[in-house]
Ligand binder design. Structure first.
Ligand code: PLP
Length: 385
């Protein structure tokens, strides 16, 4: 059984729970993404919400990526970490006036607009500043991402984006919005999409929509396809990276990209998930009636994905090589959903052992909370411990 490449002795000396990031893997991943996008002239905006750790953002910014933000504070964090405003896109169904004003003041590249009332507000606020806001319409393509219902976003009943049925009206209204410049269309159909062929119907929808806009005399300079590429939570050692090349190739084949048009992506999870792990210490091994519980010092406050989406994270006991036993691995939080995994085979475990929860770099640290007045988990980096 592989334990990955963990510096066990060093990790043992750090107060648990904490996040540990493999910066080499992150850099390798960024390099592959860069090669994939460069091949076709695509632009990648890292989805900040997956992990907004300052150092992670700085590393990604330093490789020349843009940023995809979903709040004003994410826009600020991106700028602070070195992303140029000219490469920042800003999505979200509920942008507040304050957030829109901030983004206008910073001259971000594009607002990914999700509704008619939002378009009208952006137009008004831009007019007050004597500016023109560049916008892309987020369109809900009604494509099934075949993923968990909480992380699918591209179906008609979702709250995100314009439905295609309303586009006639939108293009009409846009003519009267003098402080808005339509520069493209935007999509994001969901997250943790494991089969890249799920993106094929998206390509077809985009092609149809391009024809539709051209029929209206509207030239789209930018097509933004969002993120959503999944990672292998079951076997992170076999697949430390998803098939980025296959993913970009699929779009290159499927999309009818127009002359002079730029294609954008907003990958989040697939860039940062595998480089992060949550490190935790076993507080108690408790024998129940029919089960044995491994109670660790990390909980849903440190990594909420299992409690929130029934997500699976591979767990390894890096302190034990003993034969495996079956355990429920649970946290200390006073909630029944504070369970990482049930009936799980782990090397025989005792109090004080160190466990790592793998593939926790995306939607991990950033979703941590202080419920139960707990401390937030600290981040550590492989090249700085
Ligand atoms: C969350 C999100 C992303 C990133 O999704 P991943 O599954 O992490 O790649 C991209 N674009 C938008 C608009 C998002 O909301």
């Amino acid at each position: 059984m592989t334990k990955g490449n963990f510096p066990v002795e060093k990790l043992k000396g750090i107060e648990t729970p904490f996040y540990y990031y493999d910066t080499d893997l992150l850099k390798k991943t960024l390099k592959i993404v860069k090669e994939g996008t460069k091949k076709y002239g695509y632009i990648q905006h890292y989805a900040v919400k997956a992990n907004a750790n300052r150092r992670i953002l700085e590393l990604i910014a330093s490789e020349g990526f843009g940023a995809d933000c979903v709040s004003g504070n994410e826009v600020k964090a991106a700028i602070t970490a070195g992303f140029p405003a000219s490469k920042i896109v800003f999505a979200g169904v509920g942008k507040t006036d304050k957030e829109i004003n901030l983004a206008l003041d910073l001259n971000i590249f594009c607002f990914n607009v999700e509704s008619m009332p939002e378009l009208i507000v952006i137009n008004e606020l831009a007019a007050k500043k004597g500016k023109t806001a560049q916008v892309a319409l987020r369109i809900n393509p009604n494509v099934d991402a075949h993923t968990h219902e909480y992380i699918t976003t591209g179906l008609n009943e979702n709250k995100f984006g314009f439905s295609m049925a309303h586009l006639d009206n939108v293009t009409e209204v846009l003519k009267s919005l003098k402080n808005i410049k339509l520069i493209g269309i935007h999509f994001h159909i969901g997250s943790q999409i494991e089969d890249i062929h799920t993106f094929s119907p998206l390509c077809e929808k985009v092609n149809e929509l391009q024809d539709y806009f051209e029929g209206k005399g509207i030239k789209l300079e930018n097509i933004n396809l969002g993120g959503g590429l999944g990672v292998d939570y079951d076997d992170p050692d076999a697949h430390p990276m998803p098939d980025f090349q296959g993913y970009f190739d699929l779009f290159n084949k499927g999309l009818k990209q127009r002359e002079g048009q730029t294609v954008h992506f907003e990958l989040g999870r697939s860039i940062v998930a595998q480089c992060g792990v949550l490190v935790t210490k076993v507080s108690y091994v408790k024998h129940g009636e029919s089960k044995t519980f491994v109670i660790v010092d990390a909980g849903m406050t440190d990594l909420i994905r299992p409690a929130l989406y029934q997500a699976y994270h591979k767990v390894e006991n890096i302190s034990s090589d003993l034969p495996v036993q079956k355990y429920d691995i649970v946290g200390p939080i006073c909630e029944s959903s504070d369970v990482f995994v049930k009936d799980y085979e782990l090397n025989e475990t005792k109090r004080g052992d160190i466990l790592v929860l793998r593939s926790a770099g995306a939607y991990g640290e950033i979703m941590a909370s202080q419920y139960n007045c707990r401390d937030l988990p600290k981040p550590y980096f492989s090249d700085k411990i």
